[in-house]
Design a protein around this ligand. Structure first.
Ligand SMILES: [Zn+2]
Length: 169
């Protein structure tokens, strides 16, 4: 019970931070890297500037903060200045949906990992599920590409520069 309070507080703290190296995203990145997945960060040319891009597998991953992106886990959270935030978050959600639509239309697999799914308690399950999803995507695409030689498609990509924080402080 006491544990629950602490988790909520921690959650709230994390929600305030939105930069490229926020903790939830690092959790995913470090884990992907350890599993042998290779990726690019924040590819600006793509709608919504996905946090993680696996071009070879035509897959992008967004690691979303629950507050900013309006995750359902936030529904009953009391906020001061509620109307202001509600409008802002509604716009964020609409923009997210639009960007994901654009990506899918261009043939990208879109994966969204929520901050609340990365708490120490849920993390392992979430990452296992992510692994499964990625395996499925890779399998599917390997089948489709059968017969043609693999190339390191990502080698020509330059590391994306640090993007400006979308939401400021
Ligand atoms: Zn959430």
């Amino acid at each position: 019970m006491g544990d629950r309070m602490t988790r909520e507080q921690r959650h709230r703290c994390m929600s305030r931070i939105k930069g490229r190296d926020t903790k939830p995203e690092m959790v995913v990145r470090r884990w992907l890297w350890r599993q042998g997945y290779r990726y690019r960060l924040c590819v600006k040319a793509l709608p919504g500037r996905p946090d993680i891009v696996m071009r070879k597998w035509r897959t992008v991953i967004f690691v979303n903060g629950c507050f900013w992106h309006g995750h359902e886990c936030q529904k009953h959270r009391p906020v001061t200045n509620a109307q202001f935030w509600q409008d802002k978050i509604t716009r964020n959600r609409e923009r997210d949906a639009r960007n994901q639509e654009l990506l899918r239309a261009a043939g990208w697999h879109v994966i969204v990992v929520w901050e609340c799914q990365l708490t120490p308690k849920c993390r392992i399950d979430t990452l296992r599920e992510l692994d499964l999803t990625l395996s499925r995507i890779m399998l599917e695409q390997t089948g489709r590409r059968k017969g043609y030689a693999f190339r390191e498609e990502e080698s020509g990509w330059s590391q994306a520069a640090e993007p400006p924080s979308e939401y400021g402080q």
